[in-house]
Structure formats: structure tokens, C-alpha cells
Design a protein around this ligand. Structure first.
Ligand code: ADP
Ligand code: MG
Length: 253
């Protein structure tokens, strides 16, 4: 293979996880995880509580450390090298169940903080960028309020906008709608659909199977620290292969 072609192929791969294992003390939480995510691919990760979904997502930006195997994000391998960790965190945005906005900062300040302090973006430019993404998540009118004045759904959309202000190439979502009242789930999912439509590389842990059907290129099913099965949504839902997947689907659908 020519070097040029190899580079091209490497650029098409956003995340490459190879034989990755993780332990919490003696507890073997992730077992031989292998996963290749293409650039622009949208992946939904499903599975029972405790199966290791959050741990896997958190290993990808080194909120948790893996002990064996390899994780390569955007061509950079995650090791104990702090430079690499910094580089990867700058390219990978993350959105959690609990939005963790800074309560004493306005919505706008929540969004400009990291670009100004981490990326050294000038204030005016950071504010323009923040307003751009607050418009994208459809709450520019809330910019000068404090998080406590917003609904849960609005706060989660701010959290997404805040991540986008760092202009990540990959977004990780860990149950972003699980803490929301039902009427607010749709507005957050709509925001995620917009991102997906724009070609963002996304890994989403979610129980929203309607979202999975609508946007996922691939659904990954985890159980007991392993990837048990993966398929495109239609096949995954209509024709699950393993008994564990069938049992899981029968419980949630
Ligand atoms: P999921 O997100 O699929 O519910 P998690 O990745 O949160 O699963 O957890 C996987 C397993 O690891 C669970 O058994 C959980 O109790 C355990 N676990 C999670 N975090 C820690 C931790 N910091 N220390 C020890 N065990 C943990
Ligand atoms: Mg979890």
C-alpha cells in the first residue's frame, strides 16, 4: 500500500480501539474491546446497566485509564503521555447525563470559558462562537441567564453548545437525556440529530432506541464488559443474533 493511501485511510478512521482491557482493582470491567469508528460515523451504544458503556466512553478521552490494548483517537495513541491526552481532549467533546454547568457563570460565560482559557481565543471571538452554537441549539435568547434559571432540557442543550465551542471532531454522549423529564427529551435529541446530519462523528450511549433507528449507522450492544453484537439498526432491532441482545431488547422495546 502506498504511503499516501495509508495516510488517507488513517484519516478516515476517527477512533481505533484494539484489544482494550480495563480493570477497576481486581474487577475486569472491559474485556478485549475492538472497535473502529470511521470519520462521520454515528454509533449508538446500548446495553444493560453495569455493562461497561460509560467506562468505555470515558476511556476514549482518558477520564478513565485502560490497562491493556490500544486506543488511537484521530491518529494519536492514548498513553500516559500528557501531551497526547491534552491533544485528544481538545478534539473530543463530551456530554454527560448531568450537565455540570458552572452555576455561578452565565450561559454565555459557560460557553466561552474553555475556548478563552484552553484555546486562548480572544474574548470577542469566543463570544461570537458561543452565540453561533447557542443559536444552533436554539437558545441564543438565554445567553445572559444563569443555568439555574433554565429547564433541564435547555441546560443540556447549553452543555452541548459548550462542548461544540471547543470545535471537537468527535462527540461522546453518555445518556444525555436520562435525567430529563419526558417532554424535554425530544428537544435534546433534535439537537443531536442536527449534529448527526452535519456529519459529526458521534458515539452515544442512550436508551432512546427511536434515536438509534433514526440516526445510527451502527448499534453496538455491550454486556458484562464485552461488545456482544453490533449491526446496522434495522438488523440489530429486527434480527438480533445473541440471546443476550434478544433479552435486552425484549425488556426495553
Ligand atoms: P454502564 O455505563 O454500562 O452502566 P459502567 O461503565 O458505569 O456501566 O460500570 C461498569 C461496571 O464497573 C459496573 O459494575 C460498575 O459498578 C463498575 N464501576 C464503574 N465505575 C467504577 C469505579 N470507579 N470503581 C469501581 N467499579 C466501578
Ligand atoms: Mg453508564
Amino acid at each position: 500500500m502506498s504511503a499516501e493511501l495509508q495516510n488517507h485511510l488513517a484519516d478516515e478512521v476517527a477512533i481505533q480501539i484494539t484489544n482494550m482491557n480495563k480493570w477497576y482493582g481486581d474487577f475486569h470491567v472491559l474485556r478485549d474491546i475492538n472497535l473502529t469508528v470511521q470519520r462521520g460515523e454515528r454509533i449508538v451504544i446500548a446495553g444493560p446497566s453495569g455493562s461497561g458503556k460509560s467506562t468505555m466512553i470515558r476511556c476514549i478521552n482518558r477520564l478513565e485509564e485502560h490497562q491493556k490494548g490500544q486506543i488511537v483517537v484521530d491518529g494519536t495513541e492514548l498513553s500516559s503521555d500528557l501531551k497526547n491526552i491534552d491533544k485528544i481532549r481538545r478534539e473530543v467533546g463530551m456530554c454527560f447525563q448531568h450537565f455540570n454547568l458552572f452555576p455561578h457563570l452565565t450561559i454565555l460565560e459557560n460557553c466561552t470559558l474553555a475556548p478563552m482559557w484552553v484555546r486562548k481565543t480572544p474574548k470577542k471571538e469566543a463570544e461570537e462562537l458561543a452565540m453561533h452554537f447557542l443559536e444552533k441549539v436554539k437558545i441564543p435568547d438565554q445567553a445572559n441567564k444563569y443555568p439555574g434559571m433554565l429547564s433541564g432540557g435547555q441546560q443540556q442543550r447549553v452543555a452541548i453548545a459548550r462542548s461544540l465551542c471547543m470545535q471537537p471532531r468527535i462527540m461522546l454522549f453518555d445518556e444525555p437525556t436520562s435525567a430529563l423529564d419526558p417532554e424535554m427529551i425530544k428537544e435534546v435529541l433534535d439537537t443531536m440529530v442536527t449534529l448527526a446530519d452535519e456529519g459529526m462523528t458521534m458515539l452515544c450511549v442512550t436508551h432512546e432506541m427511536g434515536f438509534a433507528r433514526q440516526v445510527a449507522d451502527r448499534v453496538i450492544f455491550m454486556d458484562q464488559g464485552q461488545i456482544v453484537e453490533q449491526n446496522e439498526p434495522e438488523e440489530f432491532f429486527n434480527n438480533p443474533k445473541s440471546d443476550r441482545t434478544k433479552l435486552f431488547l425484549s425488556q426495553i422495546l
